[in-house]
Ligand binder design. Structure first.
Ligand code: FAD
Length: 497
């Protein structure tokens, strides 16, 4: 059953499990818990948006489905947009549905931290198998590559580097290049169209427009979630949890909710990690039809280990592409006219940087600064990206980096390695987020214990990437879902209190 919190008064009800957040982690946990026959309530702060209402305008999507209308930023030497969904289905509604399992070397790092039993590779692979089957994971077929994905294919073949069609949770993609504003054809297998309705079918209650403000802890146990509904006067609600509260509000909101609820740890809100991404534009002498093709259909992982970066194709809405073009007035218009002959490849870096997330009186405060090592690997990634473009036949590469020429010609790729060290000279996005309530065997080293409960508080469980002890270097949704599924199974096996 689904309730629109914007249209009802307050409520006070009890459930076996209360799940905060309906994104990759929350929906997966809710579905798994509802499958056990126990009662589940999912609290989602954002609205439920009908997929038939998805349009192609960025601003319309930003104001209804994105956190802070997509104006959330991390501050540091650069302001880095921290992009998140705030909608039923969370960021899976606006993401590109790219599927990667956490690499073995990353799982080995987790095991070396003593978490091999808590996050066992064998179990995670079992979950990945099941999720891939449920959500139709498959490589992007050539029929929907369009020009820009094909360019990476051609460039990688020519350079002889490892790159492949991106595996995605998509069935019958129509190549609309509109993942970011919500898939208009229903092809993307987001939580909105898969695990959430399945959880509902198994009896879960989903309340949208329901912001969890506090977890009520009594005698060391989480017993309820209280908060405010979106309707007039913001009525209060209370959802009591007989068995557990599962927090899956994302690596930015989870630490704030825990802190507000009285959880204290020097690691809470610390160790904020991500994969900052920065784009390059390649200019070709023929139309590329940037707005026709799978949004992100090809990626190059050749330097994932030795360079800690991965290159992805991406189609962005025209207004965002135009905003990134250099120049003003007539020159800007000329660049716009040329943009039909461009493709965009983005460098995603497994950054070393760690930042903090804190709740302040004015809202969320994310402090995050890339390190010198990060900037070195990013510059190397940009050079490699330019090489891919030129190998694919690009006539020019447009860096969009302050301090470098507006247009680079073949043979000038090395300039990237001598580019500015200041992250403020580049444009960024940050959408893969980790670590703000990290799991550790001891309370002195982290917030979440190996059984997924917050150290020192029973029945308060964290299921999202806040608990990840390191970042991944590959797209996180699949690993977040596998970890949430594993967490829910362990929880369901626990004896009731
Ligand atoms: C534009 C974009 C593209 C991406 N592309 C990919 C991709 O192709 N592949 C990939 O692997 N990853 C991708 N990601 C990242 C991936 O989507 C996220 O890592 C993943 O969805 C995070 O899962 P989550 O459950 O932790 O958070 P989310 O999916 O963000 O869900 C959290 C939910 O909790 C809700 N919430 C927060 N606080 C509260 C509260 N107090 N009360 C009630 N509800 C609350 C939020 O409104 C939100 O709906 C992308 C992300 C973005 C933004």
């Amino acid at each position: 059953m689904r309730v629109d919190g914007a249209a009802v008064g307050g409520f006070d009800e009890a459930f076996d499990y209360v799940v905060v957040g309906s994104g990759a982690a929350g929906a997966t946990a809710a579905r798994a818990l509802a499958s056990t026959g126990r009662s589940v309530c999912v609290l989602e702060e954002g609205p439920a948006v009908d997929p038939n209402a998805f349009g192609d305008r960025s601003w319309d999507a930003f104001k209804t489905m994105f956190r802070d209308a997509n104006a959330q930023v991390a501050r540091g030497r650069a302001f880095i947009p921290g992009i998140q969904g705030r909608v039923l289905g969370g960021s899976t509604v606006i993401n590109s549905a790219i599927v990667w399992r956490a690499p073995d070397d990353v799982l080995a790092e987790w095991a070396a931290l003593g978490l091999g039993d808590a996050l066992p590779a064998r179990e995670l692979h079992r979950h990945w198998d099941a999720i891939e089957k449920d959500l139709d994971a498959a490589p992007t077929p050539p029929e929907v590559w369009g020009g820009f994905n094909r360019r990476m294919h051609e460039g990688a073949l020519k350079l002889g580097v490892r790159a492949e069609p991106t595996r995605r949770f998509v069935k019958d993609c129509r190549a609309t290049a509109r993942c970011l504003t919500g898939c208009p054809s229903g092809a993307k297998r987001s939580m909105l169209t898969t695990y959430l309705p399945q959880a509902e079918a198994k009896g879960a209650l989903i309340v949208t427009g329901a912001e969890a403000r506090r977890i009520v802890v009594k005698e060391g146990r989480a017993v309820a979630v209280t908060g405010r509904l979106a309707g007039p006067g913001r009525p209060a609600f209370r959802a009591a949890a007989r068995r557990a509260v599962v927090v899956a509000a994302s690596a930015i909101q989870t630490p704030q909710l825990l802190a507000r609820s009285g959880v204290r740890s020097p690691h809470l809100g610390a160790h904020f990690m991500g994969h900052p991404g920065t784009p390059l534009t390649g200019y070709f002498d023929a139309p590329e039809r940037l707005w026709r093709g799978a949004t992100q259909g090809y990626d190059a992982v050749h330097h994932r280990r030795d360079g800690r970066f991965k290159i992805e194709t991406i189609a962005l809405p025209p207004e965002i592409v135009f905003a990134r073009l250099p120049g003003a007035g007539r020159r800007w218009k000329e660049m716009m006219a040329l943009s039909g002959q461009t493709a965009i490849f983005a460098v995603q870096t497994r950054a070393w940087a760690e930042g903090t997330v804190r709740e302040r009186p004015w809202g969320t405060d994310i402090a995050y600064d890339l390190t010198r090592r990060d900037m070195m690997q990013i510059r190397r990634g940009l050079r490699f990206t330019a090489e891919l473009f030129f190998a694919a036949g690009a006539k020019e590469v447009w860096p969009g980096i302050y301090g470098l020429p507006e247009r680079l010609l073949p043979g000038q790729e090395a300039l990237f390695e001598h580019g500015p060290d200041d992250p403020g000279c580049y444009s960024w996005i940050l959408s893969h987020l980790f670590g703000t309530a990290r799991m550790a065997t001891r309370a002195s080293a982290g917030v979440v214990a190996p059984d997924f409960s917050v150290h020192g508080v029973s029945d308060l469980v964290v299921a999202d990437s806040s608990l990840f002890p390191t970042n991944l270097g590959v797209n996180p949704q699949h690993t977040i879902m596998a970890v949430a599924r594993h967490c829910a199974e362990r929880l369901a096996d626990r004896r009731p209190r």
